[in-house]
Design a binder for this molecule. Structure first.
Ligand SMILES: Cc1ncc(COP(=O)(O)O)c(C=O)c1O
Length: 463
């Protein structure tokens, strides 16, 4: 039987789009993305819509037949992608922004275009090699030991979940110590993995919103007296609320004394280690037994990419699976099969964008950008301090985060002002709660943000 494509070149698209149309659409997408990046300063930092109208515009009958691609592209750009938090906007200060860079976007695109896969060495030796290289670059930046292993995942939540599962497999169930400032994803990870109230110690943070070493020491001593086994301390290197860094060195000493694992959550803050001042704030981070960091935050990568760095030989005993149907193609001995380092089997290469952006900009550019944001947050603090009758600093500038409040105004008034500024689209700002007080919070990690963006945002919040 003659093949349908005998003597003819295979069509380039699986479902029959011709090459000319593929190029036209591809160039249109590049143009749309670059146009938005050029204009984003004057567009809203966040845009939300009611579910009804959005679902009506984007929904409709299941498209049995094709619609014109330009119409669909227009709907995606102007209705779907417009209505979101624009984490790369220079006045997006809420939660943790996502100031992605263009070389990283290109790295992501090319991986998608080539349908990259980094599940096993035989099935993805190229992307797997890139991931090993990138993990080692990140290790070097964090100052962790040479034999450190790692894996790229979807983000901080997944990195910490992976770490806790692997450490529990290594050490057995035991008590875990965290603070009331630990990111909620850690508590969720513990509960997901079956840790109960009897295993979890949430310690009250001190006046600087950090976990005090004394409180951990006390809790461990108490647990040991009761015959319980302390398993892990979770330190935060840059808390989401205030940017505070737990006393990692002191906690590492306690871990060494009691044979306890030190997991450090540096999801947003760890990249500050690239800079001189950040390194000082993060003292001791190199002593982590495992470290979570999120390149899609302060390493300027588009969503999503998180990284777990961990002592060698811990991931694979927990996650390895080698069923008969995955054994057909033999890989090199000692090759890394990333499917055996975490929960995912099929996994795209999240390393390509990091590799391409590190090479395209050079690490010096990343360092300069992080340094700039640390200094800009200090500028914001100084600007607020110039008006002490109006503003109170609740938590000073730390690793790109500052929390402050209007003197004499209620929690509701703070929330109202943050919401009204965000609804105006000029900037996106949120409140948070610190020791039962509602405060305003800016997270400033986008190197495109200017001093004028900061002063205008603060002035609008204050008036
Ligand atoms: C300190 C910290 N840990 C963990 C996370 C969770 O990271 P992700 O949203 O990438 O899962 C965040 C997110 O902001 C964070 O700030």
């Amino acid at each position: 039987m003659n093949s349908k494509h005998e003597n003819a070149p295979y069509p380039p698209d699986t479902l029959g789009m011709d090459a000319q149309e593929m190029r036209r659409l591809g160039y249109a997408v590049v143009d749309a993305v670059i146009q938005r990046l050029e204009n984003k300063h004057s567009e809203p930092a966040i845009a939300a819509a009611e579910p009804g109208p959005l679902l009506e515009i984007l929904g409709g009958a299941l498209p049995e037949e094709a619609y014109p691609t330009d119409e669909s592209l227009d709907l995606l750009i102007n209705s779907a992608l417009f209505h979101q938090q624009h984490g790369d906007h220079p006045r997006y200060f809420a939660r943790i922004p996502g100031p992605s860079s263009f070389a990283a976007i290109i790295g992501e695109w090319i991986g998608v275009g080539f349908n990259s896969i980094a599940a096993s060495w035989p099935g993805g030796s190229g992307p797997s090699a890139v991931e090993l290289v990138v993990i080692d670059w990140l290790r070097q930046l964090m100052g962790l030991p040479k034999n450190t292993e790692g894996v790229l995942v979807s983000g901080g939540s997944q990195a910490s979940l992976t770490a806790i599962a692997a450490v529990r497999a290594l050490k057995g169930q035991g008590c875990v110590y965290l603070s009331d400032q630990t990111h909620a994803s850690l508590l969720r990870a513990l509960r997901t993995l079956g840790f109960g109230e009897q295993d979890i110690r949430i310690l009250e943070s001190d006046g600087h919103y950090t976990m005090s070493a004394e409180s951990v020491q006390d809790a461990i001593t108490k647990d040991k007296r009761r015959g319980l086994t302390p398993m892990m301390i979770i330190a935060t290197a840059g808390s989401t609320n205030t940017g505070a860094v737990d006393p990692i060195n002191l906690l590492a000493d306690i871990c060494a004394e009691y044979d306890v694992w030190l997991h450090v959550d540096g999801a947003y803050g760890a990249p500050a280690a690239l800079t001189k001042s950040g390194k000082l704030s993060l003292e001791g981070i190199q002593r982590a037994d495992s470290l979570t960091l999120d390149p899609h935050k302060w390493l300027f990568q588009p969503y999503d990419v998180g990284c777990l760095l961990i002592r060698p030989g811990v991931l694979e005993p927990c996650f390895s699976m080698n069923p008969e149907y995955l054994k057909d193609v033999r890989g090199a001995d000692n090759a890394t099969n990333f499917r055996n380092r975490g929960f995912e089997l099929t996994r795209r290469s999240r390393a390509l964008k990091l590799w391409f952006s590190f090479r395209s900009y050079g690490v010096a550019k990343f360092r300069e950008a992080i340094d700039y944001s640390i200094a800009l947050t200090e500028f914001a603090e100084q600007y607020l301090r110039e008006n002490p009758d109006r503003w109170e600093i609740i938590s000073p500038a730390q690793l790109g985060i500052i929390c402050f409040a209007l003197r004499g105004e209620s929690a509701q008034e703070h929330e109202r002002r943050a919401q009204s500024l965000s609804e105006s689209g000029f900037a996106c700002v949120t409140t948070t709660r610190l020791k039962d007080r509602t405060v305003l919070r800016l997270c400033i990690i986008n190197p495109l943000t200017t001093q004028a963006d900061i002063t205008e945002t603060i002035d609008r919040l204050g008036c």
